[in-house]
Ligand binder design. Structure first.
Ligand code: SF4
Length: 268
């Protein structure tokens, strides 16, 4: 269980950041219009430090033991949930151990094994094509370069960065729906194009932080800063967030919007 859902510890730890008005609301100190780039960078890194304290266990929630397994799991996770993918992959990885296994895989069998992740025909095409491309061009190994990864069937920039960051320990920013939304709410970017979001956020943080920053934003988006009803009144970075007030600011109501670890797991 992550610290946020286990206790109110992070909120207590960051009480110094909060200015509570007479109406019981938090007065934020985060400007949006005339903030200098330096001030924005400092505020962004402060937000990241708080999220690091709040989610010390943030990690990739797909199960894998090697780069090929993570690549396959990430392809399967499109339009699906991590929990669902993690239910499918143990049997798949026992039977398909190498790129050559996918290259010569039986289409019907593969479709059946991954059916519950959705879009199984397209995903089967990707997995067979992926295996063939890895065998033909990379001696059956998953390449550790973004430019190579994005040439593989079913692999976009987001998937490539997941694999680089989590299987190869090469820093990468994963711009999924949560990362994009939070980056805009934090005022780190106004872009909606994932590649531009990645570029702008990458300029704010040191490269070594990119992978964990991605996990922490995604965890915060899944637990507190929801798309429709962000729990602003229960948010550990409220005082630094220009979007404070987009969601519920009453602490008692907001805490009910925070998703517990089991709730997040069920939705993954
Ligand atoms: S929950 Fe509210 S205060 Fe917290 S990051 Fe999201 S928009 Fe900002």
């Amino acid at each position: 269980m992550d610290r946020l859902t286990a206790s109110w510890g992070p909120f207590r730890a960051d009480r110094r950041l909060w200015r509570v008005s007479r109406r019981g609301r938090i007065d934020t100190t985060a400007p949006t219009t005339d903030e200098t780039p330096l001030a924005r960078t400092r505020r962004a890194r402060r937000i990241h430090r708080i999220l690091a304290e709040t989610y010390p266990d943030a990690h990739c929630e797909l199960d894998f033991t090697n780069p090929l397994e993570l690549l396959v799991a990430t392809i399967l996770s499109a339009q699906s949930t991590d929990v669902r993918v993690n239910m499918v992959t143990p049997a798949l990885f026992r039977r398909y151990r190498a790129a050559a296994d996918y290259a010569g895989g039986d289409r019907t069998e593969l479709e059946t094994m991954i059916a519950s992740t959705g879009f199984f025909r397209a995903k089967t095409n990707f997995l067979i094509g992926l295996g063939q491309a890895l065998v033909e061009r990379y001696a059956g190994q998953v390449p550790a370069r973004l430019d190579d990864l994005v040439t593989l069937p079913g692999v976009g920039r987001k998937t490539a960065n997941v694999v680089l960051g989590n299987a190869f320990d090469i820093p990468g920013i994963t711009v999924d729906t949560h990362f994009g939304r939070l980056s805009r709410r934090f005022g780190w970017t106004e872009e909606t194009d994932p590649v531009k979001v990645e570029e702008e956020v990458a300029a704010i943080f040191p490269k070594r932080d990119w992978t964990l920053l991605s996990h922490r934003l995604i965890w915060h988006g899944r637990r507190v800063c929801h798309a429709r009803k962000p729990a602003c009144g229960a948010c550990p970075v409220a005082a630094l967030c220009p979007a404070y007030g987009e969601g519920e600011v009453d602490a008692a109501k907001a805490i009910k919007l925070v998703k517990s670890a089991p709730q997040v797991a069920a939705a993954l």
